[in-house]
Write a protein that binds this ligand. Structure first.
Ligand SMILES: Cc1cc2nc3c(=O)[nH]c(=O)nc-3n(C[C@H](O)[C@H](O)[C@H](O)COP(=O)(O)OP(=O)(O)OC[C@H]3O[C@@H](n4cnc5c(N)ncnc54)[C@H](O)[C@@H]3O)c2cc1C
Length: 457
């Protein structure tokens, strides 16, 4: 009789287009393991990420049950837990989808070695990105540092492979190994329950990534190219949390969008522009893959000497949406209430923090990590470095977004302002009754002087 296979889930909480799950089920009776490991992302998940994870696991558990696959939950060190379950069940092979963060790749390598030592086989698979990080290189063999070149090279290749269908049902294996329960983990906040805004924004018990994708491709994608910078319109897909937790794969999105494009060629520009964003996602993952120190050090070395400020009061005002700039405070409020912020506003609040306030990008990255439902190590780190001007292909440091005109330009109807800063009459600083923590011109000039000091030394 065939022995059991184990599939280990991480940020790939789906059953379709999951190469590890398909391979495990093809090999024999399969059981699934998810380990809540504080080191899995190099640091514990943030509050909003934990909230999302709870519902993502509920959805996964349901889908796996339909396939006849039991899901064992464990908390602690991932490798210890997997080995423990493998030994307890007498499994002969462990399958997983590869991770590309420095800490994830290291842990997976160690798991493979440890399993081999005790005579258990392991197999790893790809599928978290359109193309596996580390495989798309310039002719010189170096990695791309400029997005436009990476994008062009990506388009010049064959289409990303088609997503795999969900595997067929198996007879539920009879296993006696213990599982913790999701309730044991207390991923949802209590006392206080700060998640009512998240529940309203995402309806986690009623909606799924598939339904959101379907709605986006059949409705909003047509105007995506022209409206994607408008936070006053729900013009973007809001699929980022599903991608971040792997409930949807980028290849599923890519091919679903291509199917619509073939059927309605008029929607070409919207779809091309949407697919381009998925390539940005690949680009960020490649940056962290090739520059494993990206979490701690600026991509552009000269920024090691940047005179960042130490100003806890301003940082707190930024986090709480009390800078006195309605554009910034609206974004921070949207983030706090819904666990998500529009990309254009993320760029604005990031620029304000690192330029007007001269605060280190890591402070903003850490706050986003705690408050975003789509918090993802590679995307968050690479985008923060980009917005701070010290990252790869970054917005130049001296391009300082104007927090007044940006609001006026990207929220022409004022709908975003009314929703997230109802007390403000306009994007003029102070118009919500909170005095600005720094003058726009003063902040801008101070930032430019700090930047100039890099070349003066
Ligand atoms: C400072 C800062 C921090 C960010 N942190 C994160 C993060 O932790 N997690 C995260 O998923 N995104 C992050 N982003 C990128 C981007 O803001 C979000 O992916 C996007 O707003 C999600 O909304 P959407 O799904 O509607 O995007 P859409 O416009 O519908 O785009 C589709 C998908 O493409 C990808 N994408 C879009 N924009 C980017 C981008 N700039 N870089 C990389 N991938 C992108 C996302 O996976 C997104 O879901 C950050 C951006 C900034 C400026």
């Amino acid at each position: 009789m065939k022995k059991d296979s184990i599939v280990v889930f991480r940020r790939d909480l789906r059953i379709a287009d999951n190469a590890a799950l398909s391979a495990a089920m093809a090999a024999g009776p399969t059981l699934a393991v998810y380990v809540l490991d504080d080191a899995a992302d190099g640091r514990p998940l943030g509050g909003a990420g934990r909230w999302w994870l709870h519902y993502a696991i509920v959805r996964l558990q349901r889908q796996l049950a339909d396939l006849g696959v039991p899901l064992i939950l464990r908390k602690g060190d991932l490798n210890t837990a997997v080995i423990d379950v493998a030994i307890a069940t007498g499994a002969c092979r462990v399958h997983w989808n590869r991770r590309y963060t420095p800490w994830g790749a290291r842990a997976d390598k160690a798991l493979g070695i440890e399993l081999q030592r005790i005579g258990i086989l392991s197999d790893s698979f790809e599928g978290a990105y359109l193309r596996e990080p580390g495989t798309l290189l310039a002719k010189s063999g170096a990695c791309y540092r400029v997005f436009a070149h990476f994008y062009k090279a990506s388009l010049a290749m064959a289409e990303p492979s088609a997503p795999l269908a969900a595997p067929g049902r198996q007879t539920m294996p009879d296993i006696s190994v213990e599982s913790e329960t999701l309730e044991d983990w207390r991923l949802l906040p209590r006392n206080p329950d700060w998640a009512s805004g998240l529940r309203r924004a995402w309806a986690p018990e009623a909606s799924s990534g598939e339904s959101r994708l379907f709605e986006f491709l059949n409705k909003d994608v047509a105007s995506y190219a022209q409206d994607r910078d408008r936070p006053d319109i729900d013009a973007t897909s809001a699929l980022s949390p599903y991608l971040a937790h792997g409930e949807l794969s980028p290849r599923q999105l890519w091919h679903a969008a291509r199917r619509i494009q073939r059927a309605s060629p008029g929607e070409g520009p919207g779809i091309d522009s949407f697919l381009r964003q998925l390539v940005w996602r690949d680009f960020s993952a490649n940056l962290l893959y090739h520059f494993p120190d990206l979490a701690n050090r600026p991509f552009q070395e000269k920024f090691e000497r940047f005179p960042w400020a130490d100003d806890p009061a301003s940082l707190e005002a930024w986090r709480r949406g009390r800078t006195g700039y309605p554009w910034i405070d609206a974004g921070m409020r949207q983030l706090w209430v819904t666990g998500w912020m529009h990309n254009r506003v993320r760029m604005g609040v990031g620029s304000f923090l690192t330029k007007h306030l001269l605060l280190p990008w890591q402070c903003g990255e850490a706050w986003f990590w705690d408050t975003l439902v789509d918090a993802d190590p590679a995307q968050n780190i690479a985008n923060w470095q980009w917005v701070a001007g010290c990252g790869a292909d970054a917005v130049p440091y001296f391009r300082i977004f104007n927090p007044i005109t940006q609001g006026e330009k990207f929220d022409p109807t004022g709908r975003y302002l009314r929703r997230w800063q109802p007390a403000a009459s306009s994007y003029v600083p102070g118009s919500a009754g909170v005095p600005p923590i720094i003058g726009h011109r003063q902040g801008r000039e101070r930032a430019l002087a700090a930047f100039r000091s890099l070349s003066d030394r």
